[in-house]
Design a protein around this ligand. Structure first.
Ligand SMILES: Cc1cc2nc3c(=O)[nH]c(=O)nc-3n(C[C@H](O)[C@H](O)[C@H](O)COP(=O)(O)O)c2cc1C
Length: 189
């Protein structure tokens, strides 16, 4: 069965980003595609140190547990990273993670090729479009397929646990998630 990995980069327990990804997972599963949400909470993701060891070994040597996540993405057909906006850009750990995931793929078996997905940004008020642009760069440099929707993948929510109140944002995300699953089914035919 095809599978999508959804990566939550929020450190909060009742995270808005997590709520958004739960909606995504539900839509993906409705399409008959498996969905797994993984959290970076508590992981202390390190930045790429440009050691180049991934090109030799096919995995990342940094000892923070990201390599297990990389392995899950390698086995998947879709990838949806989601981050809260911090000071107008994506929370730092998601960019560290994406840069390392991309480096391992590009230097080795190119497991990201034709993987379907797209980024999601969650914010109280501002910085969502820049955050989406920042995270989209990962997809288009790694020969991936970005799925669309009828607006950009942004949800406006400040206090913990309030994401569902942004109905337009949630509808946009639901359509995006269903599209990810539908494209996977076409691509993997
Ligand atoms: C350090 C920090 C910086 C933030 N910067 C922004 C910002 O630039 N723009 C914004 O709209 N919200 C900002 N926020 C609010 C969060 O993006 C917002 O609360 C979001 O819902 C958090 O998602 P989460 O619940 O999944 O962690 C910031 C929050 C923190 C902790």
């Amino acid at each position: 069965m095809s599978k999508v990995i959804l990566l939550n980069a929020s450190p909060r327990a009742n995270s808005n980003t997590k709520i958004v990804l739960e909606q995504c997972a539900r839509e993906i599963e409705k399409e008959g595609v498996e969905a797994e949400i993984i959290s970076l909470k508590g992981k202390n993701v390190l930045s790429c140190i440009a050691c180049g060891k991934c090109a030799e070994k096919g995995n990342c040597i940094l000892p923070d547990g990201l390599d297990e996540i990389i392995e899950k993405i390698r086995q998947a057909d879709g990838f949806i990273p989601a981050a809260p906006v911090y000071f107008g850009t994506a929370r730092g750990d998601i960019m560290s993670a994406l840069q390392r995931i991309g480096k391992v793929s590009r230097g080795g078996d190119k497991f990201l090729d034709w993987m379907v997905g797209g980024p999601i940004a969650v914010a109280r008020r501002g910085g969502v479009t820049l955050t989406l642009q920042e995270m989209s760069m990962f997809f288009t440099i790694n020969n991936m397929i970005l799925a669309g929707s009828t607006y950009w993948n942004m949800v406006i929510a400040g206090p913990e646990g309030t994401a569902l109140e942004d109905e337009e944002g949630i509808d946009t995300i639901r359509l995006f998630a269903a599209n990810v699953a539908k494209i996977i089914k076409k691509v993997r035919d």
